[in-house]
Design a protein around this ligand. Structure first.
Ligand code: MLT
Length: 264
């Protein structure tokens, strides 16, 4: 059963929305350079996932599929039977779970700096240890560590404002929500089998300097999805949509045009 999510909408309230699903350990504010800019072309829905931002904390352990069910309930609440689902990293895991559970509700898919494979055994151990440490110590150590994974060296050097905003967004998150999401990511299944069954227009986008989900992995992901387009964003790291919003938004607009062409 889906849990209620806080969600903001942008644009005129009509048509199939673009649903922007944030990554870890962030919230819907990470889409600040997409929501307003893309709302001129399409209705945009920006939820905070369970346990993040303004959404309620989880009532117990949950799965990535539960995040996808929450998303479906949030779309229902906004009168959106279908959406173009755009997920960044952890949001991409949720987007793929949504596509597995509700394929008829996906008009298009944007997989941004994400992967379809499950965690390795060692990655699972790191998730469990990090969840324990977050619960014991809070968010600061994780924000310090993650900042270097999310942003490219160039952004860290030249984009002090952006670095500060991203770090603050991470520190703002509640430890219980973050720990629960770590365990949900740890236990998520591989979605590799789903990829060849995806039939909607799909974009795979990645920062050329993404060290978390590197271009070689993203290109492989695109290669497994029939007809998917692949865009590499020069100079950006993992958080390419915040680091290079114009290029990212341009790729999303191209995808939206493909979705539009397919509609009767
Ligand atoms: C994210 O950016 O959402 C995370 O890096 C995803 C992950 O830890 O697998």
């Amino acid at each position: 059963m889906g849990q209620g999510l806080a969600g903001a909408t942008f644009g005129d309230g009509k048509g199939v929305p673009l649903v922007l699903v944030h990554g870890f350990p962030l919230d819907g504010r990470m889409w600040e350079r997409q929501a307003g800019a893309l709302a001129a072309k399409v209705r945009v829905l920006v939820p905070d996932l369970r346990g993040f931002g303004r959404s309620p904390l989880p009532r117990g352990p949950h799965s990535i599929e539960d995040h996808a069910r929450d998303l479906a309930a949030c779309m229902d609440a906004h009168g959106a039977p279908k959406g173009v689902i755009c997920g960044f990293s952890m949001g991409g895991y949720v987007a793929l779970a949504f596509a597995a559970l509700f394929p008829w509700r996906v008009a298009g898919l944007v997989l941004a700096d994400t992967r379809a494979a499950a965690d390795s055994a060692s990655a699972k151990e790191v998730r469990s240890a990090t969840a324990r440490r977050v619960l014991a110590e809070g968010m600061t150590f994780l924000a310090d560590d993650m900042l270097f994974k999310l942003l490219s060296e160039r952004t860290l050097r030249e984009g002090v404002d952006l670095s500060r905003r991203v770090w603050s967004m991470m520190v703002d998150q509640r430890r219980e929500g973050v720990a629960a999401a770590l365990l949900a990511m740890r236990d998520r299944p591989s979605r590799l089998d789903l990829l060849r069954r995806i039939t909607c227009p799909t974009l795979v986008a990645v920062g050329s300097q993404d060290a978390v989900t590197p271009p070689i992995e993203a290109e492989g992901l695109a290669g497994l999805i029939p007809g998917a387009s692949y865009v590499e964003i020069p100079g950006a790291g993992h958080l390419a949509c915040m680091e290079e919003p114009e290029r990212f938004n341009g790729a999303v607009l191209d995808l939206l045009a493909r979705v539009q062409e397919q509609r009767p």
